[in-house]
Design a protein around this ligand. Structure first.
Ligand SMILES: Nc1ncnc2c1ncn2[C@@H]1O[C@H](COP(=O)(O)OP(=O)(O)O)[C@@H](O)[C@H]1O
Ligand SMILES: [Mg+2]
Length: 362
């Protein structure tokens, strides 16, 4: 059996698809041996998004969707293993993070769907899942969980300080200064850009932010949006589609404005809600951007304006920005099987160090 091989599977809040990474993880090194990003069909994406809202058949449909997602993962995982001429028994564990359909730490739960039993059975690999609920049980937000992985990555490179900005459906910051790590959600990342372009132009996302670039900021609208109490809330804080969703957008009567001006304003909402934190962090020098938003050229250009941080993507740390979270859940699986109690106290607000994740054996 080979050692230190783990697979991370991530389906984020954008519901754009699955990112899967086969990684070799040691205390001295992190390498991606193979990976695959598989877009969901528009039908599956739509069905996942529907599960974010209550319906009479929630229970059954979320289980059915979890099964469908696991069934999509199985051949992809087997393909990664075969391409690298490995056997299932070479892989120590899969860290599996299915789509979040509810994130309500204040009500003591977060729900990620997926059928971990079928995944373990059909891949013949132990699966670690449900990473968030132990943190929540200890008074934490259950999110974000990737900051400790970011710190591990910087440590490997001997870098003592820096910031990570993950631009997924939601945006979160990791702030690393010597040995201290903090992290929190700043608010919407791509979610509203995706929602609005879908509604107006029936596109899944705003390629490179070109449509947003064609519009003008609507200052009064931006101000109203930024007045949402989430942006002023003290950390630790996390959010999700439970809060920032289509209903949230509907409060602002967007029909009264030019569609591309709204897109520009929504992009500025993401920029401003991040920028207000970055202003205080310029002494950390490096900002590593990851998540699909790293490919939104216009968004990155706007973040770079008035910003003295050196902005790079995680490509500079030899990790594809799209794969960071999948790699992070491979690392979290490794930590779990090694019985490491992780300290998220300054990130999620958890009261103590915890073992995160539940292990299912084939
Ligand atoms: N070329 C691109 N131009 C603009 N936006 C992009 C591009 N590629 C990806 N994105 C954005 O990134 C999102 C997916 O990012 P991802 O990190 O997978 O988020 P999540 O973790 O929420 O699934 C897409 O929905 C889209 O908004
Ligand atoms: Mg994604």
């Amino acid at each position: 059996m080979q050692k230190n091989l783990f697979i991370g599977v991530m389906s984020g809040t954008s519901s754009d698809g699955l990112d899967i990474a086969l990684c070799k993880i040691t205390p001295q090194n992190f390498t991606i041996l193979n990976s695959i990003s598989k877009k969901y069909s528009s039908r599956i994406k739509q069905d996942i998004l529907k599960l974010n809202q209550s319906a009479f058949d929630d229970l059954e449909s979320s289980q059915a969707m979890g099964y469908r997602i696991s069934k999509i993962c199985i051949p992809l995982i087997n393909q990664l293993i075969n391409q690298n001429k490995l056997k299932s028994t070479d892989i120590q564990a899969i860290g599996f993070h299915g789509p979040t359909i509810r994130h309500q730490p204040n009500k003591n739960f977060s729900i990620q769907i997926g059928n971990e039993f079928i995944l373990a059975d059909k891949t013949n690999i132990p699966v670690v899942h449900d990473f968030r609920n132990m943190d929540i049980a200890n008074g934490g937000q259950g999110a974000p969980l990737i900051p400790l992985f970011h710190k591990y990555l910087l440590n490997l490179k001997g870098i003592k300080k820096g910031i990570f900005l993950n631009l997924g459906g939601f945006a979160n910051l990791t702030i690393i200064d010597q040995q201290s790590v903090t992290g929190f959600d700043t608010g919407p990342g791509n979610i509203f850009l995706d929602l609005w372009i879908k509604k107006c132009l029936n596109k899944n996302y705003d390629q490179k932010g070109v449509w947003a670039k064609s519009g003008k900021i609507i200052p009064s609208l931006l101000q109203k949006m930024l007045a949402d109490p989430f942006f002023r809330k003290k950390t630790p804080k996390s959010t999700g589609r439970d809060y920032f969703n289509e209903q949230w957008l509907q409060k602002f009567n967007l029909k009264n404005f030019n569609e591309n001006d709204v897109q520009r304003t929504l992009l500025e909402l993401t920029v401003c809600s991040i920028q207000r934190h970055l202003k205080k962090l310029i002494h950390l020098e490096n900002l590593f951007i990851c998540g699909g938003g790293a490919f939104n050229t216009f968004l990155i250009e706007k973040l770079a304006q008035h910003n003295q941080l050196k902005i790079k993507t995680t490509e500079n740390l030899s990790i594809d920005p799209q794969l960071i979270e999948a790699c992070g859940f491979a690392w979290l699986a490794q930590q779990r099987v090694s019985m490491k109690r992780l300290n998220y106290q300054k990130i999620t607000g958890s009261r103590k160090n915890n073992l995160l994740g539940v292990i299912v054996h084939p």
